[in-house]
Design a protein around this ligand. Structure first.
Ligand code: EPS
Length: 397
């Protein structure tokens, strides 16, 4: 069972992650982790922090001669910005008079609920840990599972289908062709766009929308399309609530900062249609065995993988730190006051797509380990090859 924890404040010395339960024998390079961290920093509409940081992971344990050894893997991502925050975020010195308390919560962020929960008289500690900065550590941690899955022919990729009102007309044949290569082909193609979109017309509309939002001191959210290819049928289980794969996948996505909606396949569209226009009917052929001509279920049936491409959709709310203030109040004076601006992004939807890929990898890796077990990549690969071989012989017309 793969588990991970992250630690670190946005403006503290560093972020860190500990990943427990990775099987042994997986080839890991800092370059692969740093490639994913670099992907997370991209995107038109990212804020000033991305000009300060060049996120890189320092691996401190769990790897020998380039391969995992089954023990916990710990990593650190230094915050270059820390040198500008050593007073405000001092660990042991007492706050000096230059360290102004934050007493005006940002509507939409963790500020007010966090202050109430912990009873702080200064909202700074809430801002620091609730920041989307933490997702850098999650990308580092999730990349280990991503590499493990890739070695077994399972790939994860995403692209952005909407930013603000700029939304693609419908997934076109380009997406189908990319998915035939594997989900990473979708991510690679999306990465060529400054907003990680596949359609040039939608990209142009999104770039204009982001610039217009920035001009008026506003922010934008959007929709992320996530795909997982190569997952055989039968991962997850319907027998207990905490073994349902769709629930675990949805929970991982919803746990990302600013993600407020998750959809499996075209669930909300399906909800408005009769079953006869929704359920993916079964067909048989000698070459493919059982196949379907549609995938409205998003590759998940009865909370198990169906063997089709897993397709999830995520809705990201517009970032909560606006240059143009919203109505707020001062928690000390209880006087109405405009919200304060905390440096941020105009739009971080492209980056959030990279984060969704990283947080889903451990979920799929755990579903694979639950189904097949194993402590070393070679042992697990043998078991998966046998499972796939048996599937190839099943339901052959
Ligand atoms: C982010 C780091 C943060 C924010 C942003 C994303 O850095 P800083 O607070 O120093 O500017 O820019 O965080 C948010 C959008 C948020 O709402 O918390 C990052 O590394 O992704």
């Amino acid at each position: 069972m793969i588990r991970y924890f992250t630690a670190g404040e946005s403006h503290g010395p560093a972020l860190s992650a500990i990943v427990e339960g990775m099987p042994a024998g997986i080839f890991v390079t800092p370059e692969e982790i740093n490639k994913q961290l670099a992907r997370r920093q991209q995107g038109h509409g990212r804020g000033g922090r991305m000009k300060i940081e060049t996120d890189k992971a320092e691996i401190l344990s769990g790897i020998r001669f380039g391969k995992t050894i089954g023990s916990p893997i710990s990593m650190v991502i230094r915050n270059r910005d820390w040198e500008n925050w050593t007073t405000t975020m001092s660990q042991f010195e007492k706050p000096d008079k230059t360290c102004a308390k934050i007493t005006i919560p940002r509507p939409g962020h963790a500020d007010l609920a966090g202050r109430i929960k912990y009873g702080f008289d200064d909202i700074r500690p809430v801002i620091e840990r609730s920041s989307a900065r933490e997702t850098a550590a999650r990308v580092a941690a999730g990349t280990l599972s991503r590499v493990f899955l890739k070695a077994l022919g399972i790939e994860i990729g995403s692209y952005i289908s909407a930013i603000g009102s700029a939304a693609e007309s419908s997934p076109d044949k380009q997406l189908a062709l990319l998915l035939r290569e594997g989900a990473e082909a979708v991510a690679t193609q999306a990465d060529l766009s400054p907003v990680r979109m596949l359609q040039k017309t939608t990209e142009a509309q999104a770039l204009a929308a982001i610039d217009a939002a920035s001009e008026r001191g506003d922010t934008l959210g959007g929709i992320i399309e996530i795909f997982i290819t190569g997952v055989p049928p039968g991962f997850g289980s319907y027998v207990q609530h905490d073994r349902r794969l769709d629930a675990a996948l949805a929970a991982a996505i919803i746990s990302i900062q600013a993600i407020k909606g998750v959809e499996i396949g075209t669930a909300f569209e399906n909800a408005g249609k009769p079953g006869s226009e929704v359920h993916d009917e079964f067909y048989l052929s000698r070459e493919e065995g059982v196949f379907r001509k549609t995938n409205r279920s998003g590759g998940l049936e009865g909370s198990m993988s169906s063997g089709q491409t897993i397709h999830l959709r995520a809705a990201m709310k517009p970032i909560s730190s606006l240059v143009t203030p919203l109505q707020s109040f001062d928690i000390e004076t209880l006087q109405p006051t405009p919200s304060r601006f905390e440096r941020s992004d105009t739009c971080a939807v492209p980056a959030a797509g990279v984060v969704t890929e990283a947080v889903l990898a451990p979920v799929i890796a755990n579903a694979l380990l639950e189904k097949l077990g194993g402590d070393h990549l070679d042992e697990i690969r043998q078991r998966l090859d046998l499972y796939r071989e048996n599937l190839r012989k099943t339901f052959r017309a």
